[in-house]
Design a protein around this ligand. Structure first.
Ligand code: ADP
Ligand code: MG
Length: 400
């Protein structure tokens, strides 16, 4: 894999860089700029060499259309605040307007092009369509740098097809992410605990199977919990549930048992009358979710206080911890406790503590923790999980 150390003299050259600037927004206010900060070292490095830097990224899921709320304009403004260089923004991704913006760029200046995913070619299932879009992008530059770790597990035009069209290099963020995640897979210090939560339940369930042979404990919280509780025969009310995965989860539990891996599930749940900050709330045993005053309409939105303490105790004792996915709907104060306790416990780990996932990273910052309290906060959720599973990632393979 070529890295920035192999770049040589790139003064006045046009460098296209794929970043992952997919930050959470509240209107046009960035609620967590972690991914922007993580992209700065590579951007500063390229600018310091006098390159003309053209930044491409996606934001959200606009599904191939120009959806104003997913514009990268707020991200470009934030970059302008953070970088000493002149930062320009172009409201097109390709075409004549983008072309003129690239032409106008001076050495040591940076241009952000509009959201890649405003163009259907970026995520098209048809490789030929992705290739056409990648070719348009490749016209802008002499070199390509791949630094969007959060998307390297995706076969998308800017991640997989584009590097095949230009001399390509891995950026500093990708290098750093791979280095830390490799430490999790090569002889991790034990006990090794993995904490999983969040709402992308079906995406993440498959990960468990691959992780089981490598870890000592798996702690399950967030929306994923309810498929596990259902596998134990409990009723889960209106909580997130993947009915067609219940059997699979039973299989994981059996396999974990055979391997001597502890699967730690919450023993209590915070049940809400509805989804929202004004919901009524009751804490109940995990087996009694439908026995609250809300009956079968109650939904579990956080692990309970007893579980949060138990999870924290296991985490603190571990020597290696990887955490992906909030324990509850942390965005709402009433459902943030589980995530808070887990984050706090990670800061107390005497060993390697890694947080992965866009929302998980945002959660720790929003809840008031500093990045420096963890060994590493990965910018990739899905990507870091796939790496831990031992899967080959298209955006990395293509750089080799
Ligand atoms: P990450 O981005 O860290 O990989 P996900 O995208 O999978 O995490 O999930 C994050 C989301 O999961 C958060 O917005 C949070 O509100 C939601 N969530 C957590 N627990 C639950 C739950 N019990 N029910 C519904 N949503 C949940
Ligand atoms: Mg997420």
């Amino acid at each position: 894999m070529h890295t920035l150390a192999d770049l040589g003299d790139i003064q006045s050259q046009r460098v296209l860089i794929r970043c992952d600037l997919n930050v959470p927004l509240d209107g046009d206010r960035i609620t967590d700029d972690g991914r922007i900060l993580a992209s700065l070292p590579t951007l500063n490095f390229l600018l310091s060499l006098g390159a003309k830097v053209i930044v491409i990224s996606h934001l959200g899921r606009p599904d191939g259309q120009a959806v104003p709320k997913y514009s990268l304009a707020p991200v470009a403004s934030r970059l302008n605040e953070l970088l000493e260089a002149d930062v320009h923004f172009c409201s097109s991704t390709t075409g004549p307007e983008a072309n003129s913006a690239v032409e106008a760029l001076a050495p040591g200046e940076l241009l952000v092009l509009e959201n890649l995913r405003f163009n259907p070619g970026e995520t098209d299932k048809d490789e030929a369509q992705r290739k056409i879009f990648a070719e348009e992008l490749s016209q802008f530059a002499e070199l390509f740098v791949s630094d969007g770790f959060g998307v390297v597990h995706r076969k998308q035009a800017s991640v997989y097809e584009l590097p095949q069209l230009l001399p390509s290099f891995a950026g500093l963020l990708i290098e750093k992410e791979l280095e830390v995640l490799t430490r999790l897979t090569k002889n991790p210090e034990r006990p090794y605990a993995v904490v999983l939560g969040g709402s992308k339940v079906s995406d993440k369930l498959g990960v468990i199977e691959h992780l089981l042979p490598h870890v000592n404990q798996i702690l399950v919280g967030g929306g994923m919990v309810f498929t596990f509780l259902a596998a134990l025969g409990y009723k889960v009310g209106s909580s997130l549930l993947e009915v067609d995965q219940i059997e699979t989860v039973r299989g994981y539990l059996t396999r974990a048992n055979e391997l001597g891996v502890e699967v730690i599930l919450p023993t209590d749940i915070v049940v809400a009358s509805k989804f929202g900050a004004d919901a009524l709330v009751e804490v109940t045993k995990s087996e009694n979710i439908e026995d609250t005053e809300f009956g079968s309409s109650g939904l579990g939105l956080d692990i309970g206080p007893e579980s949060a303490l138990a999870f924290a105790a296991v985490i603190r004792e571990a020597k290696t911890v990887f955490w992906n996915g909030p324990m509850g709907v942390f965005e709402i104060e009433a459902f943030a406790n589980g995530t808070k306790q887990v984050a706090q416990a990670l800061t107390e780990v005497k060993g390697l503590s890694v947080v992965g996932g866009g929302d998980s990273a945002a959660a720790v910052r929003i809840l008031g923790f500093e990045d420096s309290q963890f060994s590493h906060i990965s910018t990739g959720g899905g990507a870091s999980l796939e790496f831990l599973e031992g899967k080959q990632m298209p955006g990395i393979e293509v750089l080799k």
